[in-house]
Design a protein around this ligand. Structure first.
Ligand code: NAP
Length: 342
């Protein structure tokens, strides 16, 4: 049984972390819910009991075995070192440490063994990266990825609780024919819109979100030779990221072979029955642990090409679930054991 702290417990990911720890019956001896002064004193439920949210400080980690950090990159940069110093192991859901050497970047179904070398911090990859790799890693293992061209359709909740609320508020204004307030969480109003702009733009013309998907994929698959080009788009969907992925493999895979490989992959469900209009949908994938893959078809413009449509709940598999799965591996392998309470 472990003493667990959640940084960012009141956020969109925080809510799913609590539900996921509960649902998967993670061995929690005690739980500490941490947030900013905005939420300190509020109460949240965990396993039928009420817990008061505490202000996150550098002293919050005394006696804590496991920290699940989900309060934003700058907060992790500031507070995670204090947690590690206090002897806790941190699974960090932000981009603060993902590309640091010595910090494992882990999708359990893809490279779970990488947790072994941790030095106190294990990073959870970007949500769009996780969802893409759930589909691509099994294909990479079977046929070798040469090139990936991906466009994302990312939900408003990827920008947190406030992102979801802004989309709903702006949508109501459009439906009522009243002027919406200025967009704050997105560069433009997301209501009835698609915005090809997630995170900030970089000098190379790509957004940081797009380059995260490139660099993180190379790190997780341990292969920098894969060509990856990404366009990330925010769409007016509440929950679940969808991705249109075109791949070129070293070895030819037929659509049927790819379907069979994906059907046998852990954490993946193939939904691909065109006669019944069955393909992955954000509305169906919401609150589900699996990543869904469909529209699997050969790209006949190249020798070894495939097209896929992939959908996953980015608050679950893209964040909370992946984080808890990492914690489960740490617990199973005794990698949290140093300070664990009997
Ligand atoms: N949303 C997603 O789909 C997703 C997916 C993968 C990763 N992530 C990452 O997860 C992190 C959280 O995202 P989210 O979507 O849950 O955001 P969110 O809904 O905006 O929640 C942010 C959380 O961080 C807390 N927080 C903010 N500033 C703080 C401070 N100064 N001190 C202590 N706590 C503070 C907030 O507490 P208050 O209630 O006090 O404001 C809240 O609990 C981000 O790094 C994000 O990039 C998000």
């Amino acid at each position: 049984m472990y003493s667990v702290a959640i940084m960012g417990a009141t956020g969109a990911v925080g809510a799913d972390l609590l539900r996921t720890l509960e649902r998967r019956n993670f061995p929690v001896a005690s739980i500490k819910l941490l947030a900013s002064e905005r939420s300190a004193g509020k109460t949240l439920n965990f396993r039928g009991q009420t817990h008061t949210v505490e202000l996150l400080t550098h002293d919050s980690f005394e006696g804590v075995d496991l920290v699940l950090a989900s309060a934003g990159g700058s907060i992790s940069t500031e507070f995670v070192p204090s947690a590690v110093k206090a002897g806790a192991v941190v699974v960090d859901n932000t981009s603060a440490f993902r590309m640091d050497e010595g910090v494992p970047l882990v999708v359990p179904e893809v490279n779970g063994d990488a947790v072994a070398g941790h030095k106190g911090i294990i990073a959870n990859p970007n949500c769009s990266t996780i969802i893409m790799l759930m589909a691509l890693a099994p294909i990479h293992r079977a046929a070798g990825l040469k090139r990936v061209v991906v466009s994302t359709y990312q939900a408003a909740s990827g920008a947190g609780q406030a992102g979801m609320e802004e989309l709903l508020e702006h949508s109501r204004h459009v439906l009522d024919g009243t002027p919406a307030p200025a967009a704050e969480k997105f560069a433009h109003s997301l209501a009835f819109n698609c915005i090809p702009h997630v995170d900030v733009f970089l000098d190379n013309g790509y957004s940081r979100e797009e380059m995260k998907m490139v660099h993180e994929t190379h790190k997780i698959l341990g292969d920098d030779s894969i060509g990856i080009t990404v366009t990330t788009v925010r769409v007016p969907v509440i929950r679940c990221h969808s991705e249109s992925i075109n791949i070129e493999t070293h070895r030819k895979l037929s659509a049927d072979e790819a379907r069979a490989i994906l059907a046998g992959a852990a954490g993946v469900e193939v939904v691909d029955d065109l006669a019944r209009n069955m393909y992955p949908l954000a509305t169906r994938a919401a609150h589900e642990e699996a990543t869904f893959v469909g529209r699997i078809r050969e790209d006949d413009t190249i020798a070894n090409g495939l097209n896929l449509w992939v959908v996953g709940d980015q608050l679950l598999k893209g964040a909370a679930l992946n984080t808890v799965q990492i914690a489960e591996i740490l617990a199973e392998r005794g990698l949290l054991a140093a300070k664990a309470k009997a």
